[in-house]
Ligand binder design. Structure first.
Ligand SMILES: NC(=O)c1ccc[n+]([C@@H]2O[C@H](COP(=O)([O-])OP(=O)(O)OC[C@H]3O[C@@H](n4cnc5c(N)ncnc54)[C@H](OP(=O)(O)O)[C@@H]3O)[C@@H](O)[C@H]2O)c1
Length: 242
């Protein structure tokens, strides 16, 4: 049985990823931070649709200390794939940004994913093939004003993935980043409708991405045949900012 853990399963993109993976025969750990109800609804739905697969909700704040991260990883069954689709942002000028918020952005988007990757490695490389996918952003390749810290975390993920991919390639563990443009999820709910209309104007494809536009690429990277692509950042942005 192939099993993946999807961090941020309760997010707009995470839900699409879980639906696609469940439909492709994956058993899943569905990670949530606060939205226990959504995670348990997803588990119920998938369990009815795919009774031969396992679906397990699992809670973790990425603001947890190192001991908490180790306990979390020690509680897991073997896995073939990890998808990091959690994330937070904050739209503000750097000089107005609360210093604690800067710590949180770096911890949730970059530091904890790196630490979990380190802790999960021994579970992953026991398999014939294994995969890690991080959700990056076009802003990781093309920094955005008012999201300087967010952009730096996403750029950091791309370089981390490239470097780490070279360490583990011989163990058949591929490591890649799917970097969306603007996706229609609650992460963008902070922006006014005027700002969103302006963003849409700038996207060559003329629309925001749906979760499924992103999950398609995650599912494809998790396919056992996708074993010769590693260390890459793939921009899925409708042609925007690339
Ligand atoms: N939406 C976009 O336009 C866009 C564009 C480019 C890249 N991305 C990236 O794609 C990924 C998914 O974005 P999304 O749009 O699906 O976001 P979203 O709908 O806002 O979902 C965010 C997810 O992160 C989890 N989360 C929040 N704080 C957390 C914490 N402290 N510890 C652990 N998990 C936490 C949430 O869990 P709970 O809901 O359970 O609390 C939720 O599952 C992110 O990495 C984001 O940066 C998004």
């Amino acid at each position: 049985m192939k099993r993946a853990i999807v961090f941020g399963a309760t997010g707009g993109i995470g839900q699409a990823i879980c639906t696609d993976l469940a439909n492709s025969g994956w058993s899943l750990y569905l990670h949530y931070n606060q939205d226990e109800q959504k995670a348990s609804n997803m588990v119920q739905r998938y369990s009815q649709l795919y009774p031969q697969q396992d679906f397990i909700p699992i809670k973790l704040s990425f603001l947890t200390d190192n001991k908490g991260l180790m306990e979390f990883v020690n509680s897991l069954l073997p896995i073939n794939a990890v998808v990091f689709s959690q994330g937070i942002t904050d739209y503000t000028f750097l000089s107005d940004q609360d210093l604690n918020k800067i710590d949180q952005l770096v911890q949730v988007n970059l530091n904890t994913p790196i630490k979990l990757t380190s802790l999960l490695e021994s579970l992953l490389i026991k398999n014939d093939f294994s995969r890690i996918v991080y959700l990056g952003s076009v802003y990781g390749g093309n920094g955005s004003a008012l999201e300087a810290v967010y952009s730096s975390t996403k750029a950091g993920l791309s370089r981390f993935a490239q470097s780490y991919a070279r360490e583990v390639a011989s163990a058949n563990l591929t490591v890649n980043v799917i970097a969306p443009g603007a996706v229609d999820t609650k992460m963008n709910a902070l922006l006014s409708s005027e700002t969103m209309a302006e963003v849409k104007e700038e996207i060559p494809l003329g629309r925001l991405a749906k979760g499924t536009d992103i999950s398609y690429w995650v599912r494809t990277l998790l396919d056992p045949n996708a074993n010769y692509l590693t260390g890459q950042t793939i921009y899925v942005s409708g042609g925007w900012l690339i």
